[in-house]
Ligand binder design. Structure first.
Ligand SMILES: Cc1cc2nc3c(=O)[nH]c(=O)nc-3n(C[C@H](O)[C@H](O)[C@H](O)COP(=O)(O)OP(=O)(O)OC[C@H]3O[C@@H](n4cnc5c(N)ncnc54)[C@H](O)[C@@H]3O)c2cc1C
Length: 343
């Protein structure tokens, strides 16, 4: 029987993030399909709250590396913690969420244990008594199904691909695992986080909504003027109220490199599409974007799609959106902002 462990880190407030809860869903169903139990290994400054939820999810044992040294992501301390936890769990299958903290350190850990690792896993099934994982390659155009005989096998789940575990908190004993960090020490001291200026952080992978701004926001409007300043204010106000993640079309993000007036907070990192990102959000709202195929392929994982465009024959009307609002995005988003402000 395969031994299974899920590796989770807590957030600074001691809770589990959504990607961690998704990994719990994965490990529960994997263990059920294989007819095995699963253990959980937790890392963080404080793991009590998370341990209760993990116990509620059905973990048979909970191992933890806890303390202020594990508050922040840091390769040295996280590697020492994961090394000790993986040794204790001695698992064949290691499930983990693809958070930036774990993505940094897990490949190194898999290597230390002579294992294999698959990242960006978006589905997992059991076939013929063995797990088979699914992931996309080549900008989401090729789907691969992968099985492995090598153990340990680290399976890193792509956030947004699974439902988040919800359940009762249970009391459970935690087995503290010691690390040699006190003797080995670490060279890197984490002194804190620097946040970008207000409006600077517009990409939010965990957001419920993707808001896409197309080049139309910067184009000459029916009154004969471009209204880039108005566009900036409307979009920032919308993002502030909704906490949506901001995407852009290629035409929009290219404007700055072409020296044209554009939205100050729009960069190439915001680009959605064939040569951009393919984010996962439950909902998407496209504004002033034509909905051409190279852009819309980036919406592959957006479940519910809506668009606002002046043109009733734009690409979104060709079966690419669930709802197309034919109208002026300046007027519509201004009204939506008013309603949001009223609460
Ligand atoms: C190899 C290749 C790769 C590509 N990769 C990507 C990619 O990754 N991502 C991507 O986005 N594109 C990509 N493109 C480009 C893509 O084909 C389109 O050119 C681009 O998406 C168009 O951007 P847009 O819709 O914002 O701009 P436009 O085509 O200029 O459309 C602007 C839209 O705004 C609307 N509009 C204007 N004013 C208003 C208003 N007041 N209210 C409502 N609507 C308004 C107009 O009706 C129009 O439909 C790629 C192209 C190629 C050839």
């Amino acid at each position: 029987m395969e031994k299974i462990v899920v590796l989770l880190h807590t957030e600074p407030d001691g809770t589990l993030s959504r990607p961690a809860l998704e990994a719990l869903t994965v490990v529960r169903s994997l263990a059920a399909d294989l007819g095995s139990e699963f253990a959980a290994a937790l890392v963080g400054e404080s793991v009590q709250e998370a341990a209760g939820l993990v116990a509620g999810a059905g973990a048979s044992s909970i191992y933890a590396v806890e303390g202020s040294d594990f508050h922040h992501a840091r390769y040295t301390s996280d590697a020492v913690a994961l090394d000790a936890l993986c040794r204790r769990a001695a698992a064949d299958l290691v499930v983990a969420p693809g958070t930036s903290r774990w993505n940094r350190v897990l490949p190194g850990i898999a290597c230390r244990f002579g294992g294999r690792i698959d990242t960006h896993v978006c589905d997992i099934n059991v076939e013929g008594g063995a797990p088979v994982v699914t992931r996309w390659y080549y900008r989401q155009r090729m789907k691969a199904r992968i099985g492995r005989t090598q153990r340990p096998w680290f399976i890193v789940c792509d956030p947004g691909s699974f439902s988040a575990f919800e359940g009762e908190v249970k009391e459970v004993p935690i087995e503290p695992i010691a690390t040699p960090l006190a003797e080995t020490g670490f060279k890197t001291e984490v002194v804190g986080f620097q946040k970008p200026a207000e409006g600077g952080q517009t990409i939010r992978p965990d957001a419920e909504l993707l808001f896409v701004a197309g080049a139309g926001w910067t184009k000459m409007q029916p009154d004969g003027n471009a209204r880039v300043g108005d566009a900036e204010r409307l979009i920032l106000s919308f993002l502030k109220s909704t906490r949506a993640s901001l995407g852009g079309s290629k035409s929009m993000v290219d404007l700055s490199s072409e020296g044209q007036e554009t939205l100050a907070f729009m960069t190439h990192l915001n680009q959605i599409g064939q040569t951009g990102a393919t984010p996962r959000h439950p909902k998407g709202l496209s504004t002033c974007c034509h909905g051409e195929e190279p852009h819309v392929v980036g919406w592959r994982f957006i479940t519910e799609r809506r668009a606002v465009n002046l043109d009733p024959n734009c690409g979104w009307a060709q079966g690419k959106a669930d709802v197309l609002y034919v109208g002026d995005a300046f007027e519509i988003i201004s009204k939506v902002n008013e309603l949001l402000a009223e609460g």
